[in-house]
Design a binder for this molecule. Structure first.
Ligand SMILES: Cc1cc2nc3c(=O)[nH]c(=O)nc-3n(C[C@H](O)[C@H](O)[C@H](O)COP(=O)(O)OP(=O)(O)OC[C@H]3O[C@@H](n4cnc5c(N)ncnc54)[C@H](O)[C@@H]3O)c2cc1C
Length: 555
């Protein structure tokens, strides 16, 4: 069907998707597979043409680029010693998948079983596994009951082997962690090994690259960049369209109408804010903003994130990424990358994973650790140290602390208040301290001794629980895994915003499909779970039966 301008109400499409990030890109591709369907995607950011988006090593530069990112800052809190944390999010085609760390990490079986146990039918592990597989094109060894071979997203193993990584892994194994064959198996996450990544032949493969751009060939997908959604338009309790502002000339406003549905895929912060300034949120908050209440729902509450502490040591006897990243070293790495050879330009920021338990008695890991032969200057994520360094970071898998995202005003251009309440819950403090002790132990193994040149951060004077906690508060930071502000749950769940079909409770024609719907934090980074959510939502929206559950894989 050709795109039809509607003389009464701007242009009309079957679906209007707000946000072209991880979820928006998958939806765009799937919905336009149907030959009669038209889709308009509104993306606040510019096209994804910047070369540092596509070269994996450009990650560090893009993190601070205000054109291609939302430079959000959290509210100060006790858990961060009163600091505000820079919480960058992607703002271009592909959203955060165009600037993220490219790690492919699904989580544990129990994560999704827990979603189902909260009353979300069809979201248990056996139900979501086929959707993980559908997005994935696993390259390399894999159990094909668990991994996909025919999806759009290439998932590869590392091709750059560094002696410090090898020694770290050997040391962790010596310390009692198993060498993990496949942390994405769902059932055997515990152990140590290399990350799987969305990097292929030296390039980042963002959601825009693998889903959105190819879908444009259909001619039924209208992608509008620099188009910032300002308001969901309602007719009574039905969403009928979106008003948006041209982000290059903010005096220009337009509307697009949706025959079938409006779908919000703006990410955890912006989806919450857009819902609120459109009249969907806690009534008291909306009234304080002067916004007419369309639905009194807890949009913006139940925010969660991973809070990471990083332990840094100096390195001797070998060059680390710190020295390879400037001068002649960098020139050599660029040449290697251009020739298609292993190079630091084609790396994810974290190379090695470890998943382990804060208490022996636990059945499953509650800690995620990351390791790289590189280190950032104290307090400056993104700025490499002048000395050879290595970093072992750690965070708690499933934080109890709950925060919020609340619009400060009805002004579209004012950032909302983001209060993660990091470390507010005593369990979170306990688990993180145990994780930091373990991270330190893993930097002090006999196998790493040939390269270990002393603790840099924190120094050896930091020993007691209180000192470690103080270090985490002073220097910890986000892991960028924001979730939960449009929580999925049944209508009886007073914390829920959407039902298990991702429809906003009490409204028609409006779904939320992005990381904000996650009812609880998966034991993982959040990118591929967001792709899975969008794959599943696409079937719901198209009225297709869900993919058959993948049963029979040993728990
Ligand atoms: C720096 C960083 C590193 C990360 N590293 C990893 C990693 O290594 N592995 C992993 O699994 N996860 C990682 N993540 C998390 C992962 O990228 C996210 O969970 C995932 O991208 C969330 O997808 P989404 O669709 O919810 O939102 P996004 O991908 O953020 O997309 C939202 C899109 O909506 C657009 N938008 C917002 N508001 C509006 C509006 N009003 N109008 C129009 N458009 C709008 C945004 O510009 C953006 O393009 C990282 C995230 C970041 C930021």
């Amino acid at each position: 069907m050709a795109l039809q301008p509607d003389s009464h109400a701007g242009e009309t499409f079957d679906y209007v998707i707000v946000g072209s990030g991880a979820a928006g890109s998958v939806l765009s591709a799937r919905l336009t597979e149907d030959p009669d369907v038209t889709v308009c995607v509104l993306e606040s950011g510019p096209p994804d043409r910047h070369p540092f988006i596509h070269v994996p090593g450009g990650f560090i530069k893009m993190l601070f680029n205000p054109t291609y990112t939302w430079q959000f800052k959290t509210e100060p809190g006790e858990g961060t010693a009163g600091r505000q944390i820079l919480t960058t999010q992607g703002r271009t085609l592909g959203g955060s998948s165009s600037i993220n760390g490219m790690i492919y990490n699904r989580g544990q079986r129990a994560d999704f079983d827990h979603w189902a146990q909260r009353g979300n039918r069809g979201w248990g592990y056996v139900d979501v596994l086929p959707y993980f597989k559908r997005t994935e094109r696993r390259i390399g060894l894999a159990d094909e009951r668990i991994h996909g071979r025919n999806g759009a997203l290439p998932v590869t193993d590392i091709d750059w082997i560094h002696p410090v990584c090898e020694a770290f892994i050997a040391g962790a194994v010596g310390a009692g962690l198993p060498r993990c064959a496949d942390y994405n198996s769902g059932d055997h996450q515990e152990g140590v090994g290399y990350f799987q990544r969305a990097i292929y032949r030296g390039w980042r493969h963002s959601a825009a690259r693998v889903f959105l751009h190819p879908a444009r060939a259909s001619g039924r997908l209208d992608v509008r960049t620099d188009a910032r959604a300002a308001q969901v338009l309602f007719h009574g309790k039905r969403a009928v369209g979106v008003r948006y502002v041209d982000d290059r000339d903010r005096t220009i406003q337009r509307e697009v109408r949706a025959r079938c549905e409006v779908i919000l895929s703006c990410g955890t912060v912006n989806t919450a804010k857009l819902l609120q300034i459109s009249g969907v949120g806690p009534a008291a908050l909306l009234q304080s903003l002067g916004v007419t209440v369309v639905a009194d729902l807890p949009a913006g509450e139940n925010f969660r994130d991973h809070y990471a502490a990083r332990m840094v040591a100096r390195v001797k006897n070998v060059r680390t990424i710190n020295e390879m990243s400037h001068g002649l070293g960098l020139a050599g790495q660029i040449a290697r990358w251009a020739m298609g050879r292993p190079s630091i330009l084609a790396l994810s920021p974290s190379l090695v994973h470890w998943f382990w338990k804060s208490e022996e008695a636990l059945d499953f890991p509650d800690l995620q650790g990351v390791f790289s032969p590189a280190s950032y200057k104290q307090g400056f994520v993104g700025l490499l140290d002048d000395y050879p360094g290595m970093t072992c970071g750690v965070w708690q898998h499933r934080p109890e602390s709950i925060g919020y995202v609340r619009a400060r005003s009805a002004d579209l251009f004012e950032d909302p208040a983001i209060q993660p309440n990091y470390l507010a819950d005593p369990i979170d403090r306990h688990v993180l301290i145990a994780g930091m002790r373990l991270a330190r132990k893993l930097l002090h193994t006999p196998e790493l001794t040939p390269y270990f040149d002393g603790d840099a951060l924190p120094g050896t004077e930091v020993q007691s629980d209180d000192e470690l906690l103080d270090y985490a508060r002073q220097y910890g930071s986000t892991a960028y895994h924001l979730i939960g502000t449009a929580r999925m749950g049944p209508a009886t769940d007073r914390t829920a915003v959407v039902d298990d079909q991702l429809r906003v409770h009490g409204l028609a024609g409006l779904r939320v499909v992005d990381a904000s719907i996650m009812p609880s934090m998966p034991s993982a980074n959040t990118y591929c779970s967001t792709l899975m959510i969008a794959e599943k939502a696409a079937d719901m929206i198209r009225g297709r039966p869900p993919l058959a559950p993948v049963e029979g894989i040993a728990a």
